[in-house]
Design a protein around this ligand. Structure first.
Ligand code: SF4
Length: 251
């Protein structure tokens, strides 16, 4: 790969190959040294807590941000401060615009997302996608906690891919990690995690849109559980959703 950062498919492919052979900390250090602004968006879920820990413990030049949708679980909000204190870093919060929230409520109702996929996507657009766009302003690299084992929709997640819509390179440094790898890292580094994970929530999003899963259900079965589409995503990780004409989700 060239030494000079470029937000191009060719650079992403070369970066994907370079990251494959490295352990997590070196993947992140490699990305932080590329010379582009690197932004990690955390949902405070267990995978993202591992990445935050690796960034904080290694003092890497990577901005850590989260989308504070206004509908998060109290446990998730509490974890923000606890994580900042544990790793000595700041997590920047991106909130929806109040005018957008008001307009949504006027058109669909505050909880209108239960009524249709279109209304749900509209809510995620206001509370997640627009704040995400602000979080990624000026970024050349977007780091996420996606894992191949999280769902069939994520089974081919690469370490690096070109995001044409946002004109940046998306890096998924945990793509090949299993949930056992995640749990081992959490244990070894005393990483604080959301107490909801132990109550049957492997994947945690907004409170009204997340339920606990039953034994044997896929990890993301508790997200937008009332919808039938197997490819439910919130819109953050849009490429696959757009390609399937399903809709976008964050985290
Ligand atoms: S997950 Fe639910 S509450 Fe959160 S932004 Fe999407 S539709 Fe709205």
């Amino acid at each position: 790969m060239t030494d000079r950062f470029e937000a191009t498919p060719a650079f992403a492919d070369a970066l994907d190959r370079a990251l494959a052979a490295l352990p997590l900390e070196e993947r992140l250090a490699h990305v932080a040294a590329l010379g582009a602004r690197a932004v990690f968006t955390t949902s405070l879920g267990i995978e993202d807590q591992v990445i935050t820990a690796a960034i904080g413990l290694n003092r890497l030049e990577i901005a850590v941000s989260t989308l504070e949708t206004g509908r998060l679980f109290k446990e998730t909000v509490d974890l923000i401060g606890e994580t900042e204190e544990r790793f000595g870093l700041s997590i920047r919060l991106y909130r929806p615009e109040q005018a957008d929230v008001d307009a949504y409520a006027a058109q669909y109702g505050l909880n209108g997302f239960y009524d249709s996929v279109e209304a749900r996507h509209a809510c995620c657009g206001v509370r997640k996608l627009k704040p995400l766009a602000r979080a990624l302003e000026g970024a050349g690299i977007w780091i996420t906690g996606l894992r191949r084992g999280q769902s069939g929709n994520r089974a081919t997640t690469p370490f690096a891919e070109f995001d044409a819509e946002r004109n940046l390179i998306k890096v998924n440094p945990l793509a090949d990690w299993s949930i056992e790898d995640i749990n081992a890292y959490v244990e070894a580094h005393a990483v604080p995690v959301n107490p909801l994970h132990k109550r049957g929530y492997p994947s945690i999003g907004c409170e009204p849109c997340t339920r606990a899963i039953k034994p044997g259900e896929p990890e993301r079965a508790g997200r937008w559980w009332w919808e039938q589409d197997e490819k439910r995503e919130c819109g953050l990780h849009v490429a696959e959703a757009a390609a399937s004409s399903s809709l976008p989700e964050p985290a």
